[in-house]
Ligand binder design. Sequence first.
Ligand code: SF4
Ligand code: SF4
Length: 60
Amino acid sequence: MAAVCDRERCIHCGGCVGVCPKDAITLRETRIEVDSKRCINCGLCAKFCPVGAMRIEDGV
Ligand code: SF4
Ligand code: SF4
């Protein structure tokens, strides 16, 4: 399980990057990347995201 960013919804505001307690999220230009090894599935990024782009999903 890890947070997953829906790139079609994301507006690249960077808010989730700041809210993540594990520094698992990186904003590279217009692309959000989540380090699934760091993510603890706390859901803060999903709760914070103003456009509902972050979801907690089963990772592969
Ligand atoms: S679920 Fe929590 S730990 Fe995982 S990326 Fe979101 S804020 Fe960070
Ligand atoms: S908070 Fe939501 S809209 Fe903002 S960068 Fe993160 S995923 Fe994208």
